[in-house]
Design a protein around this ligand. Structure first.
Ligand code: PLP
Length: 281
């Protein structure tokens, strides 16, 4: 497995980062996860735009131009055998003596790896997944894709501990998103997802879901649903680059409506799969 680190391609075993890297000591960095289908990065421009947005959000400079990032990713995907892969890209503020204050004149650490996309269990789409609701304990800039994932990890583990695949986060009585996904609810036939503000990550898959909903004439509103409404929803979904769009059919140990994946999810998933197969990017 080949990785990219600070300008060079190398075997993963050969890649070394200093213990003084601010990513290691302070969680001071941002990242992206880009799906690759049949060797072609999916929605690459959008991911690189979001990377720039995250970097701006934490006052870090971009190591490379979008063209250079595209070249690096293309070469890495080729080295690692094309096919379906998940590219993970991370930029930290670099290596410097530990201090909260930003160092001066330090180059960022840029790291990219890619691994085969693990196929999801077939039951996830056939039967749906389980989710629990938990209090959103994260900070107030969740629109930045920061590597500082301790809250997300704690919440996701809570779900794992009770055999659920995702934790849906409730902030001030309303659902924001999942611990590693955007989230949706269907109420009275209308699709709801939280608006793109500082409480949620602007998901690339979320944008595509809404694009597809628009084309299919599905009514949607970018409006957060309350905890109470979530528990009476007709359908609940999550979306992310690696899990695509998945139906949640059990919430807090109770079936969501009939307990089966809903018709609007089926419509969106079919459109999503067709979009992917047509090799659109
Ligand atoms: N929200 C959070 C907190 C995430 O970690 C992720 C991705 O892993 C998403 C949303 C979905 O974003 P995307 O569709 O760009 O993968």
């Amino acid at each position: 497995n080949t990785v990219f680190l600070n300008g060079d391609f190398m075997h993963a075993d050969q890649a070394r980062v200093s213990v003084f890297d601010r990513g290691f000591l302070l969680g001071d960095g941002v990242y992206e996860v880009i799906p690759v289908y049949a060797g072609r990065p999916f929605r690459l421009i959008q991911h690189l735009q979001r990377l720039q947005r995250s970097l701006d959000g934490v006052r870090m400079k971009n190591s490379y131009s979008d063209d250079k990032w595209s070249d690096i990713i293309a070469q890495l995907v080729t080295e690692n055998g094309q096919g379906d892969q998940a590219v993970y890209l991370q930029v930290t503020r670099g290596v410097a003596p530990r201090d909260h204050v930003f160092p001066e004149g330090v180059e960022p650490t840029a790291f990219v790896m890619s691994n085969p996309i693990k196929p999801l269990p077939e039951s996830y789409k056939r039967d749906g997944i389980k989710a629990i609701t938990v209090e959103d304990i994260r900070w107030s800039q969740c629109d930045i894709k920061a590597i500082t994932l301790l809250p997300n990890s704690l919440l996701r583990q809570k779900a794992q501990d009770v055999g659920a695949q995702e934790a849906l986060l409730i902030r001030d009585g309303f659902m924001t998103e999942g611990s590693a996904s955007n989230s949706y609810a269907v109420l009275d036939g209308v699709l709801y997802t939280a608006p793109k503000d500082e409480k949620v990550l602007p998901g690339i898959t979320r944008d595509l879901v809404l694009e597809l909903a628009d084309k299919a004439g599905i009514n949607y509103r970018e409006q957060a649903v309350s905890d109470a409404d979530l528990h009476r929803a007709e359908e609940i979904w999550i979306s992310s680059s690696t899990r695509e769009v998945l139906p949640v059919t059990t919430l807090d140990d109770k079936p969501v409506a009939t307990g089966k994946p809903g018709p609007i999810w089926q419509q969106i998933d079919a459109l999503y799969q067709r979009y992917k197969q047509e090799g659109k990017v």
